[in-house]
Design a binder for this molecule. Structure first.
Ligand code: AHR
Length: 655
């Protein structure tokens, strides 16, 4: 705060003296030429680093459906030793392939004090006075077993209790739930279900949701995690990935139709990231699909983002098995894409539009883009892309297709870029995971791109403090500033750069595979990184049109370690200037606004900075780097001081 106050003082004092010495930035506010797409700044979501189960999905129970390859993973017997045959896993794959496994209890008379405990995702975070809903599916051949439910704190003390008596004899699965209220808080609690017999009881789909989910929806999302997304005001949400779209092999690819409808029918599969990073295996990482395609679309609607699904193109991950579907077997994959468009946008008298309505969302989701493949490359991708394009454009000419160039600006990229341009595709997806220096050096990358060719989507990018794949990468201020510098280049070239997103989005402190990430979290807290605030500030200060900001008649792309752009928000008639100082020195800039007639302009200055370029936000110090906003009064000629290692955003009303 002290630093910010000093900056403001500097702004107000001694302007005339300094004006002669400071480098001049001239902003031509009357030259409002390039419109900025509302989609320029968006979000990339992938179920990596426990983004979905153990993350966004607020369910505290791990493996509540007993479907993991090791069916009791996450569960441990408690109390007396259970005699053989008392609690077994039944697999009825031939009759119920989507949800084959369940727990079968056969408890003889006089066997008490037996139960199962669930560890949650690195423990269960339980909040005092909050209600929790435990729900399960059951059927019973011989009624009699009562379930005594407890939530325990780390010391084993019960902090919520309840009882559940399944009703009557039943060959059909029935749902039952009870509500528990916690009398205390626990960081690493657990759930215990005690079985009081005798009887024969089958159990499946056990879940434990807190009542304080996003919008209070039953079995919903963690509200704090959705809130940070909403706070970004994102233009779009890309989902469900990422490599997860491709799968390690084609069997494990993402198939959206298996992720909608009753949860009990959503076929759980292993998560690609379970075994995707050798140095950080996560053997308990699966996809329950509680976050399925309807939930993704709903999330987009909730946070005001246009949905951008990515679909498998008949190729698995080329870093792994690199399987391809033969061209004459591609039809089901293409049909999935066509059906997805109908599911998202079709009227409720179409097959898939009707399905959406039956699932509770009669109104279409207005999807505009569809990604064909994730990081796929090579001639085999081009062949498959052409088949998808032909079928989709014939039926849905207005859907813009996002096309892949692979994972990096390497020789494959050059082949892909030229092949895609020859096909005159709609949008080319480029991915950049490089060290901060690359981002600083490439702030002018798009200044000379072909203006007549396809639009560009920066589908994934993030500065790596060490190198891509390093477990030592950290979300430093320096990384964030390099991304900010690069983003000034995206903004200046908003005529061809249509969309962009940092990747990956979420990472659980105790369950990550990949670093860096935009937002870290644990079971109780959300820790936005400096990169998050850069994304948020650019998005919330987007503007509607780019206007020239020039130093000696050229854009500011690293001269004297500074980067700058300007936009106008024509809806509010505000001028927005973004400036990055990537040096350890204060920089003075003489701002000149020759087209502005008013003598005084009122507004705000927001500064993102920190003690040193290596500063990071941590669980212990969540707010070490956060944006700070102050009022700002400028003249048509004024001095602005850029503090060391900072992103500054000026926002002022012109009329
Ligand atoms: O963002 C993490 C991974 O990086 C994505 O899954 C993939 O698309 C890229 O290689």
């Amino acid at each position: 705060m002290i630093r910010i106050a000093a900056v403001v003082m500097l702004l107000l004092k001694g302007i005339d003296l300094q004006a002669q010495e400071a480098i001049m930035y001239t902003v031509h506010t009357a030259s409002m030429k390039t419109p900025i797409q509302p989609s320029l700044w968006g979000i990339f979501f992938e179920d990596i680093n426990r983004g979905a189960d153990g993350g966004l999905n607020a369910d505290l129970v791990k493996n509540g459906s007993f479907e993991f390859n090791t069916p009791l993973m996450g569960w441990k017997p408690v109390g007396r030793k259970m005699p053989d045959g008392t609690a077994i896993i039944v697999n009825q794959n031939s009759t119920n392939p989507n949800n084959p496994k369940y727990l079968q209890l056969d408890i003889p008379p006089r066997l008490d004090s037996i139960g199962l405990a669930n560890e949650g995702f690195g423990g269960m975070a339980i909040k005092k006075d909050l209600e929790y809903e435990l729900s399960l599916l059951y059927r019973q051949a011989a009624p009699g077993i009562r379930l005594n439910i407890q939530l325990l704190n780390a010391a084993g003390k019960p902090i919520a209790t309840g009882g559940l008596q399944p009703n009557g004899q039943s060959q059909e699965w029935k749902e039952q739930s009870i509500s528990l209220t916690a009398t205390d808080t626990a960081q690493k609690g657990r759930l215990v279900i005690w079985f009081e017999g005798p009887g024969k009881l089958d159990l499946d789909m056990i879940s434990l949701y807190p009542a304080d989910t996003w919008k209070g929806r039953p079995k919903g999302f963690r509200a704090d995690m959705v809130q940070v997304l909403a706070d970004m005001k994102p233009g779009f949400l890309r989902f469900p990935g990422g490599c997860i779209v491709e799968g390690t092999d084609l069997n494990e690819r993402y198939q959206w139709k298996q992720t909608i409808g009753p949860r009990v029918d959503r076929k759980l599969i292993i998560n690609k990231w379970n075994h995707g990073v050798a140095a950080r295996p996560t053997p308990d990482y699966y996809q329950s699909y509680a976050l399925g395609f309807l939930e993704y679309f709903q999330l987009c609607e909730d946070i005001g983002a246009v949905p951008m699904p990515i679909i498998n193109c008949g190729m698995s991950c080329q870093f792994n098995t690199a399987e391809v579907v033969p061209m004459d077997h591609l039809d089901p994959y293409i049909q999935d894409a066509l059906d997805l468009i109908e599911f998202a946008n079709g009227k409720d008298n179409t097959t898939w539009g009707k399905k959406r309505a039956e699932l509770g969302h009669p109104a279409p989701f207005n999807m505009k883009w569809l990604g064909i493949g994730n990081e796929n490359w090579g001639p085999q991708y081009i062949d498959r892309l052409q088949a998808f394009t032909k079928a989709i454009k014939q039926k849905y000419p207005d859907i813009q297709l996002i096309t892949s160039t692979g994972y990096s600006p390497n020789p494959q990229f050059r082949y892909m870029d030229s092949a895609l341009r020859k096909l005159n595709v709609d949008i080319i997806d480029e991915h950049y995971y490089h060290m901060p220096n690359w981002f600083f050096m490439n702030a002018a990358k798009y200044d000379n791109y072909d203006r007549k060719g396809p639009k560009i989507f920066l589908g994934e990018y993030a500065a790596q403090s060490v190198r891509i794949g390093s477990q030592e990468n950290r979300n430093t201020l320096w990384c964030a500033l390099s991304e900010a510098a690069f983003m000034t280049g995206l903004e200046r070239n908003a005529d061809i750069v249509a969309m962009s997103a940092y990747a990956p989005l979420f990472a659980h402190y105790d369950g990550w595979q990949w670093t860096p990430n935009l937002i870290w979290f644990n079971n109780t807290k959300v820790i936005p990184t400096p990169s998050y605030y850069v994304q948020q500030l650019f998005s919330r200060n987007r503007g509607t049109h780019v206007v020239p900001l020039l130093q000696d008649n050229t854009p500011v792309t690293g001269q004297d370690s500074c980067y700058a752009t300007a936009t106008i928000d024509s809806t509010t008639n505000e001028l927005i200037i973004k400036m990055v100082n990537a040096s350890g020195e204060r920089k003075q800039r003489h701002l000149q606004l020759p087209d502005v007639k008013r003598k005084k302009l009122k507004g705000f200055i927001t500064i993102l900075t920190g003690d040193s370029p290596s500063t990071v936000n941590t669980v212990e110090a969540i707010n070490k780097i956060i944006p700070v906003t102050n009022t700002w009064e400028a003249k048509t000629e004024s001095i602005v001081t850029l503090v060391p290692y900072s992103l500054s955003i000026l926002r002022m009303r012109l009329e």
